[in-house]
Design a protein around this ligand. Structure first.
Ligand code: PAF
Length: 300
């Protein structure tokens, strides 16, 4: 089973480390395709270095499993630009914050097998060749479509071993919604107020978080995923505790003047709410504030 990991981001590099340690057959595909070294710091082995087998995207067809640890807003573009290189028997794996990409993937590649996943492993790249892995996380995966015969068991085994422990779901959407709720509360607030996740324990943030959870709970209920606002709040606050010293990915994006995933996080919630005829003023307000910051930072 040959694995392609797309891009040189933190989650992609974490997958590469796991493949390297398990001696799996894998390649990291980037536009330029220049092989390089990766300096890794993790809790188990301290600081060490490994070669990163980087190849150009033209090698995309030479693998059975394609993992896409890209930002949500990069997925549709990536597939559109590379669909001539993707074969129908290849299985794709989506692994990012936010929702809304499954739909575009299915539209663009209707014949491919598709898996969606979510992980709470944390990693950070202070520069392009250094990866800091922050402790142990857990992952959730589920088949969205299985159109062609594939090595289902082998694929599940391989994916489970990359970011363990992993749970496989018959319907991954609940796990994705639960992670979406966590991101919808933590990410915009930490970005707007320039605070760590732990600072969201303060009452002024908790009031907003409770309101966001109430809106999400309403939408989820309408879609058949019953989750009381209290249960969502508990989940969000657990992540706030577990990652108290971290800055969220949206906070980092705003600091680095990069586009954020807001359209696929709170934006996805508002879109689903509109389809259900529900209002989400608190989520909408967070989107407006992040968009205003993006407009200020980005050159368009
Ligand atoms: O996007 C992030 O930063 C993470 O998904 C999370 C869970 C909010 C922790 O920082």
């Amino acid at each position: 089973m040959k694995i392609s990991i797309i891009g040189n981001g933190a989650v992609g590099n974490m997958l590469a480390v796991s493949c390297h340690l398990q001696k799996l057959d894998y390649q990291v595909l980037t536009r330029r395709g220049l092989a390089s070294e990766l300096k890794v710091t993790d809790g188990h082995n301290g600081q060490w270095q490994m070669p990163l087998p980087v190849a150009p995207l033209s090698k995309l067809s030479q693998s059975e499993l394609i993992i896409l640890p890209l930002k949500a807003y990069q997925i549709a573009d990536f597939i559109e630009q590379n669909c001539s290189l993707i074969q129908p028997q290849q299985t794709l794996v989506l692994l990012h914050n936010g929702m809304g990409t499954i739909e575009s993937c299915q539209q663009l590649l209707p014949s491919n097998n598709l898996i969606a996943g979510t992980t709470n492993y944390g990693a950070f790249k202070p520069d392009s060749s250094t990866l800091l892995i922050k402790g142990q996380g857990e992952s959730h995966f589920g088949w969205v479509t299985q159109q062609t015969d594939c090595h289902r068991q082998v694929i599940e085994q391989v994916l489970s071993s990359l970011l363990p422990p992993s749970t496989w779901h018959t319907d991954i959407r609940l796990a994705l919604w639960l992670k979406l709720a966590v991101n919808a509360c933590i990410n915009p607030l930490t970005a707007i107020y320039e605070v760590t996740n732990g600072e969201l324990r303060a009452e002024r943030f908790q009031t907003q978080i409770i309101a966001v959870c109430e809106e999400i709970s309403q939408v989820m209920k309408y879609l058949g995923f019953v989750q009381e606002p209290k249960a969502l709040l508990q989940r969000v606050n657990k992540v706030i505790e577990d990652t108290a010293d971290n800055f969220s990915s949206m906070n980092r994006d705003i600091v680095a003047k990069r586009l954020t995933e807001i359209d696929f996080i709170n934006g996805y919630i508002v879109k689903q709410a509109q389809l259900c005829g529900l209002a989400c003023p608190v989520n909408l307000n967070l989107i407006k504030q992040i968009k205003a910051m993006e407009r200020h930072y980005l050159p368009y």
